[in-house]
Design a binder for this molecule. Structure first.
Ligand code: ATP
Length: 251
């Protein structure tokens, strides 16, 4: 049990969730390393959602609300850290959820599908019995996608995606929205809208934005997208990194 007064309480709770997901058998070892990389970036960000991240989230929600077939891609880390918020977002924006694992095994997919089922989500895509196609006919395990989901999607939300896959989706003409704490990752660079924030803060914030933007006109949503430059916003995201804190050591 983590002491609530611990100065790193929130971060330790996330670690515990990642550790449990590994013990439960649906998270790979390297996913824990990826979490550590994210943690380090978040530390430097002051563990706060930056203004550029908020701006990109508004644009992302506008894009998702205007999409014809929006899909949220989920991997083990996303399930471990943000499953309830993801389900809420999918409902709010009428998006499908598709399982996509870097180290895909039938067992891991089955476990994740079961977790969603226990939460009342019965139509998860990317499961073992789903109809899977190869994007752009690339016969690679990273190019697989559900026929009803990412394969035919126009907009894909890709939290914590790997760079190869993000590039591939972009090349396939999908509008991609990444959530990645590293503004210099290939994923952040390859995406159309790059949200540089922790998934545990980003998805709940996006759910709040949906409430607002759902009331707005299509013209306004299109304007929000048109006025946005992802390159400029990524530069601003990079500028948000600062090392905060007091270096004096108190004995
Ligand atoms: P690239 O995109 O440059 O190829 P990569 O695919 O090798 O990088 P990984 O370490 O595999 O990167 O992917 C994990 C990414 O997810 C890292 O960039 C990390 O910063 C990010 N990440 C990890 N945990 C979180 C989190 N909780 N919220 C947001 N991003 C996270």
């Amino acid at each position: 049990m983590i002491n609530k007064n611990h100065p790193r309480y929130n971060s330790l709770v996330l670690r515990e969730k990642i550790e449990k997901a590994y013990d439960d058998g649906y998270l790979g070892k390297t996913a824990m390393i990826a979490h550590g990389r994210g943690e380090a970036f978040d530390y430097l960000l002051g563990e706060e959602t930056s203004y550029p991240a908020k701006r990109s989230m508004y644009v992302a929600v506008a894009r998702l609300l205007l999409a014809k077939n929006p899909v949220i891609s989920v991997n083990g880390n996303t399930v471990a850290l943000a499953i309830d918020d993801i389900i809420e977002l999918a409902e709010n924006i009428n998006a499908k959820i598709e399982i996509n694992l870097f180290y895909r095994t039938e067992k891991r997919v089955e476990k994740i599908a079961k977790i969603f089922k226990e939460k009342g989500c019965n139509d998860i895509l990317g499961t073992n019995d789903d109809e899977i196609e190869y994007i752009n006919n690339i016969k690679s395990s990273r190019a697989t996608a559900s026929l009803k989901g990412i394969y035919t999607a126009d907009v894909v939300l890709i939290p914590l995606e790997d760079g190869d896959r993000a590039e591939l989706l972009s090349k396939a003409g999908k509008k991609t929205i990444s959530i990645d704490l590293n503004p210099l990752s290939r994923t952040s660079k390859a995406s159309d809208i790059s949200i540089v924030d922790n998934i545990v803060r980003a998805i709940p914030f996006m759910n709040e934005i949906v409430k607002d933007l759902k009331m707005q006109t299509i013209d306004l949503l299109e304007k929000i997208i048109k006025d946005y430059s992802n390159e400029d916003n990524l530069k601003d995201s990079l500028d948000s990194f600062k090392i905060k804190g007091d270096i004096k050591w108190k004995l």
